[in-house]
Design a protein around this ligand. Sequence first.
Ligand code: NDP
Length: 298
Amino acid sequence: MADLLLGKPVGDGLSEATAAQVEELKERGVQPTLAIVRVGERPDDLSYERGACKRAEALGIEVRKFVLPAIGDILPGPKGDGPAQIASSLERQLFDTVERINLDPSIHGCLLLRPLPEGVNEERICNALRPAKDVDGITAASLAGVFMDTGVGFPPCTAQACVEILDHYGINPEGKNIAVVGRSLVIGKPVAMLLLARNATVTLCHSRSADLPAICREADIVVYATGRPRAYGLEYFANGQIILDVGINVDEEGNLCGDVHFAEAEPVVEAITPVPRGVGSVTTAVLMRHVVEAAARA
Ligand code: NDP
């Protein structure tokens, strides 16, 4: 039976240190503040926002919400605007909102809930944010920071959460063979870079990787981040492995599950993060730490 690498103790440990930093900042007259920008009422966004607000409140971090209407809720203008004009009007509103946040010295960090609606240039909106307020690694400058260790911006919170879990459970990545499955800019690529910086030997895998089961079986640690419900079964696992399952999926019965077939992994591997109660529960704690660090840097 594998050890469960639960996220809660990791998040609690991070939050304890963050709470102390919040107190210090408040004594210096600084109220750490996070802006959350949301378009519409997508259930995933609302759920993440609720988690972030709860964590922020417990830590004494202020949250200011900026909510824009979903594309379907925007009324066509007098000339009967089509979808392209409506998306472009939403893009302008998002751009203005980000600019307001950039210019407001009382806001230290910004969480932009994504994906943004189709037709909106997400890259342009992300890069409009000042890197100093980019607490979730969405700007090119922050990602460059992850790759080049420039100290600008912050790494994406979920990628950082993976590293925090390893640290908390005393698993040193140095010298280990680590396979990362998934190469998105949100998780796969940044987590690979963060682990490389910790002297792991990293193999970054994707949908075209040949013989993925063999690559995974040979690794000491595997990070799965592909968004494929219970897609990785017995043939991917080996005794003694550590598994970080980043996937958050809903199965056909409506239950939350990871990318890993947990029931097949658990009897084989040494330790695994469950879904839910694993990586996801560390992400908001990392976000709050980034907000407080941004406030301290400001
Ligand atoms: P993306 O869709 O952006 O990326 C998925 C990656 O998986 C791509 O690189 C893709 O490869 C790869 N992939 C797809 N199919 C396969 C396959 N058959 N074999 C190997 N690789 C494959 O997803 P995200 O990175 O944004 O998210 C991944 C998962 O993490 C999702 O379940 C998401 O819900 C979850 N998530 C969890 C968070 C948390 O806090 N725990 C936060 C954010 C996301 P290719 O590039 O070749 O297409």
